[in-house]
Ligand binder design. Structure first.
Ligand SMILES: Cc1cc2nc3c(=O)[nH]c(=O)nc-3n(C[C@H](O)[C@H](O)[C@H](O)COP(=O)(O)OP(=O)(O)OC[C@H]3O[C@@H](n4cnc5c(N)ncnc54)[C@H](O)[C@@H]3O)c2cc1C
Length: 378
């Protein structure tokens, strides 16, 4: 598997998937045929996470090829990300609490043999060990495998979900505060309280086409329990006005300025922000991938004669002109701004402003609004 760090490669992947594999997506998407046979899913997440391509252009492309009803499953999956993001935006304390818990748990587990065996792929569960190698090598896992992996980590290896989520973030090219944290919480049973995801031998065997079998798992574990509940914090997500007098900051979640809602605005200068100052350290491969994607965006902006520069997040405080930011979402970049009292005005994507109003309840409720969202944006 290869993820090449450019928008051109991402668009090729999207076109190729829509042309050749989208038609069978709903039938085949749950199968993990192995890292060399990934045509049944799009493998676009490393690009979407970084805003190299966005949900609206993907959905439009798919609808150019097939009707909404034929495409429904794929569109739903693409909008899961938007939903998770909105869910976390309305409850940012979930992310803050996760990082606080992680700090304590990390300390407690740093010399734990069970934990060390898990992250080094030395458990007595062969499929799990293979997935650890695959994650480190390809920086990607199939969605169903992420579910099995997380479930085995939590319920068979009996490790805290917070450490598993950190392990994923460290290695995934698509590592994303919302999809990852909420994905792990969902498997553990604390996202939808009392409902967990239990991996089972027959399911892994079936959906890996017998690549893995005779796996001994704890298939009867109860869900994890959390006494924390989170109420919604109402926010407006309103864009500031007179934005053109400003220079613009772009973080690593919005790396295709030419395709944003703000592409026709004239900013004084664009700063592309790279960030190593994170609570969860990322692997050198992931940092390199991000840096190449940032350079690719810089190159495309310069081709359009837009004044731009890549700077480290620590240098924001030295900028002496007026600045505004494309909203970085709840996560490490926003944390940096908040902890350093950099109170910026933000610009929000129209898709997010519109969709997040439907993220107050569960995804099944959100799903009802998908046709409305599509009608608004396509
Ligand atoms: C424990 C766990 C951790 C996860 N961590 C991340 C993460 O850090 N970053 C991340 O992008 N996704 C994460 N996911 C969601 C999902 O596994 C990946 O988005 C998906 O596997 C990406 O592969 P793809 O692009 O081939 O997906 P496809 O099946 O081709 O789907 C198309 C797009 O839809 C979106 N999508 C699909 N499934 C989901 C989902 N369950 N949740 C949210 N969006 C989805 C993605 O943007 C994806 O690129 C996680 C899921 C679980 C269970």
């Amino acid at each position: 598997m290869k993820f090449e760090a450019s928008r051109a490669k991402a668009i090729n992947k999207l076109n190729n998937f829509v042309e050749n594999n989208l038609s069978d997506y709903s039938k085949l998407r749950n199968f993990d045929f192995g890292p060399d046979k990934r045509n049944n899913v799009s493998c676009l997440s490393p690009y979407i996470t970084h805003g190299v391509i966005n949900e609206v252009e993907i959905i439009k492309k798919s609808l150019d090829k097939y009707s909404f009803s034929k495409n429904e499953k794929f569109i739903q999956e693409v909008l899961w990300r938007t939903y998770w993001k909105g869910w976390l935006e309305l409850r940012p304390n979930v992310w803050d609490d996760y990082l606080i818990d992680l700090k304590n748990i990390r300390e407690k587990y740093k010399n734990d043999t069970n934990y060390q065996n898990a992250i080094n792929g030395k458990t007595n569960i062969d499929c799990f060990n293979e997935w650890v190698s695959e994650l480190k090598e390809n920086n990607y896992l199939h969605n169903h495998t992420r579910m099995w992996f997380a479930s085995i980590w939590i319920f068979t290896l009996d490790l805290p979900w917070q450490l598993g989520a950190e392990f994923f973030m460290h290695h995934l090219y698509d590592g994303d505060a919302a999809s990852n944290t909420l994905g792990w919480r969902w498997v553990a049973g604390v996202q939808t309280q009392g409902k967990h995801y239990l991996a089972s031998e027959w399911n892994i065997k079936k959906f890996t086409k017998d690549r893995f079998k005779n796996i001994k798992l704890n298939e009867n574990a109860p869900p994890k329990i959390s006494d924390k509940t989170y109420s919604i914090i109402k926010q407006n997500f309103i864009n500031s006005e007179n934005i053109e007098e400003n220079s613009l900051l772009i973080f690593d979640n919005n790396l295709s300025f030419e395709f944003t809602d703000f592409k026709n605005k004239k900013f004084k200068k664009i700063y592309l922000i790279s960030n190593r100052d994170r609570s969860i350290k990322l692997s050198e491969k992931v940092m390199k991938f991000k840096s190449l994607l940032i350079n690719d965006q810089e190159h495309r902006l310069k081709e359009q004669s837009i004044d731009c520069e890549v700077i480290d997040i620590n240098e924001i405080k030295n900028i002496d002109e007026k600045i505004i930011g494309l909203y970085p979402n709840v996560g490490e970049n926003l944390d940096y701004l908040n902890t350093n009292n950099l109170n910026l005005n933000f610009l929000y994507r129209k898709l997010d402003q519109y969709s997040w109003q439907y993220c107050n309840k569960g995804f099944f409720n959100f799903k009802n609004y998908i046709p409305k969202i599509i009608a608004t944006f396509s």
